[in-house]
Design a protein around this ligand. Structure first.
Ligand code: PGA
Length: 253
């Protein structure tokens, strides 16, 4: 990792995992963390489907592995059928929540304003918000990547964001689940750009963790995680099995 910011290696299980298999994978991950005698030099996070948060959070308590939600509603409670609030995630044992993942932005038409409101809900509830940003392939090919990212960063970040309560995850939409990754130069360029954007917004911008996500796996993690301004990863497919996730976690240890 490139600085003395404490890295975060996060797994996003998306809509995968039933209770028993998820508990097995989480226990396997936890035992790998515990078997290393040294305390990890990075934070480790798993974001399972919301139904599993309570059970997995209780399994993970005190182990160095944190549990987070994948989304939350902006309100604390009310008539919002099917939604979950940040306060509910918190009371189930979550300490983080992802907001603005591109699958939410696309499948649920979430605008920057909605993402920002959700991130503010996370802070209100005492969760760390992981705000996701990223360009589509069309946007990359038309040369709009940096302006799209600036727009998303400026308009999705919560009021009151600090390095302690907010993480930014750069996930190019075209790299998610496709096995394609941007070149290291492209990742470094976008991360440096996000850092500059943050410097115009936050007084402690230099301490904000910037994660890269999109087809991170054991074989490319070391290279991606060692880039300037990459302070960890947000991992989908390769986080589902502890054996696949572990080599990625090790890049932060
Ligand atoms: P992937 O997903 O690692 O499967 O590409 C990353 C993500 O969507 O967070």
């Amino acid at each position: 990792m490139s600085t003395n910011i404490r890295p975060l290696i996060a797994g996003n299980w998306k809509m995968n995992g039933f209770a028993s298999e998820s508990a097995t994978e989480l226990k396997e991950l936890i035992s790998r963390v515990i078997e290393r005698e040294d305390t990890p030099n990075c934070d480790i996070l798993i974001c399972p489907p919301a139904l599993l948060v309570r059970e997995l959070a209780s399994l993970a308590e005190g182990t160095g592995v944190s549990i987070g939600g994948q989304d939350c509603h902006a309100n604390e409670k009310g008539a919002h059928t099917g939604d979950l609030s940040a306060e509910m995630l918190k009371s189930a044992g979550a300490t983080y929540v992802l907001v603005g993942h591109s699958e939410r932005r696309t499948d649920h038409y979430e605008s920057n304003d909605i993402v920002k409101a959700k991130a503010e809900a996370a802070l209100r509830a005492g969760l760390i918000a992981v705000v996701c940003v990223g360009e589509t392939l069309d946007e990359r090919e038309s040369g709009a990547t940096l302006s799209v990212i600036t727009d998303q960063v400026k308009n999705s970040l919560p009021q009151g964001a600090t390095a302690a309560n907010t993480v930014v995850a750069y996930e190019p939409v075209w790299a998610i689940g496709t096995g394609k990754t941007p070149t290291p130069e492209d990742v470094a360029e976008v991360h440096a750009h996000i850092r500059k954007d943050l410097q115009t917004l936050l007084s402690d911008a230099d301490g904000v963790r910037l994660l890269y996500g999109g087809s991170v796996k054991g074989s490319n993690a070391q290279e991606l995680m060692s880039l300037d301004h990459v302070n960890g990863g947000l991992v989908g497919g390769a986080s589902l099995k502890a054996a696949d996730f572990w080599p990625i976690v090790e890049t932060g240890l």
